[in-house]
Design a protein around this ligand. Structure first.
Ligand SMILES: Nc1ncnc2c1ncn2[C@@H]1O[C@H](COP(=O)(O)OP(=O)(O)OP(=O)(O)O)[C@@H](O)[C@H]1O
Ligand SMILES: Cc1cn([C@H]2C[C@H](O)[C@@H](COP(=O)(O)O)O2)c(=O)[nH]c1=O
Length: 243
């Protein structure tokens, strides 16, 4: 476990008020949204904000987040597979990767009191395999219960913006880095519109856990919104712990 400097000893505490976080209270925060909305950029921001308050943070992602789960990620996202991947196999591989990720990374971190910040989790399965592919939500709910055994994120930041604008950002990133589109990113715009609707349905079914962030604004504005949500949620958790 990394050391926990006191909140008072940190210098970049401009967004979140000083915290006295109990080491035994691990929290699980996920960032969700369609392709190119800024999840990776803002995962880094959330991690930096928490670490600035002396919190041990494990940054992770799905699919992936442990050695074997990353191997499954490669299978899932291979842009030119020798054999087409069936929708059912895709769904089951997402949950196989998640089961391993939970066992190897997420549960051990939470059990030792670390906070986990994860780039995508099961809401992505509801949005992509449920909304995008049209697989039955009841099947996803069954797998969710089997694999998570009741564990849910404490907070999910849904970065939301129109699909076309986000694809523009992605195109700019690809032009800059030279990276190609993975197997799922190669889907048509209609697929990603259905993914966005899938996320909205998840959010509407669990408004307590979700906070919607308007991702279609400058990075500074997005991060101010995220900082505000984090600050409020952390204060509420702290109040609950000391009550
Ligand atoms: N608010 C913003 N305004 C303008 N550009 C942004 C903003 N947020 C992120 N970007 C840029 O948009 C691109 C996509 O951002 P990022 O890689 O964080 O998205 P992502 O949601 O993680 O993408 P993916 O779906 O591929 O995982 C990057 O080049 C990033 O620098
Ligand atoms: C967890 C999860 C992810 N996906 C999709 C969403 C993306 O297209 C890729 C992951 O790539 P990223 O660059 O890390 O965002 O996988 C999915 O379809 N279902 C899921 O459960």
């Amino acid at each position: 476990m990394s050391s926990r400097p006191s909140a008072a000893s940190t210098t970049s505490s401009r967004h979140i008020p000083p915290l006295e976080v109990s080491p035994s209270t691990g929290r699980f925060i996920t960032l969700e949204g369609g392709e190119g909305v800024g999840k990776s950029t803002n995962v880094a921001f959330v991690v930096a904000e928490l670490e600035a308050h002396g919190i041990e943070v494990v940054r992770t992602r799905e699919p992936g987040g442990s050695e074997r789960a990353e191997a499954i990620r490669r299978l899932l996202l291979d842009p030119a597979p020798a054999e087409a991947l069936s929708d059912d196999a895709e769904l089951l591989l997402m949950f196989a990767a998640r089961a391993q990720h939970l066992a190897a990374t997420i549960r051990p971190a939470l059990e030792r009191g670390a906070w986990v910040v994860c780039d995508r989790f099961t809401d992505a399965t509801f949005a992509y395999q449920g909304g995008g592919r049209g697989l039955p939500l009841a099947d996803i709910t069954t797998l969710e219960a089997l694999v998570q055994k009741g564990l849910q994120p404490d907070l999910t930041l849904l970065l939301d913006m129109p699909v076309e604008a986000a694809r523009g950002r992605l195109a700019a990133r690809r032009a800059e880095t030279g990276e190609g589109a993975d197997r799922i990113e190669q889907e048509a715009e209609q697929f990603f519109e259905a993914v966005r609707v899938g996320y909205h349905q998840r959010r509407d079914a669990d408004p307590e856990r979700f906070a919607t962030i308007n991702a279609d604004q400058s990075l500074a504005e997005v991060q101010a919104e995220i900082a505000g949500v984090l600050s409020a949620r952390i204060a509420a958790w702290q109040a609950g712990e000391t009550a």
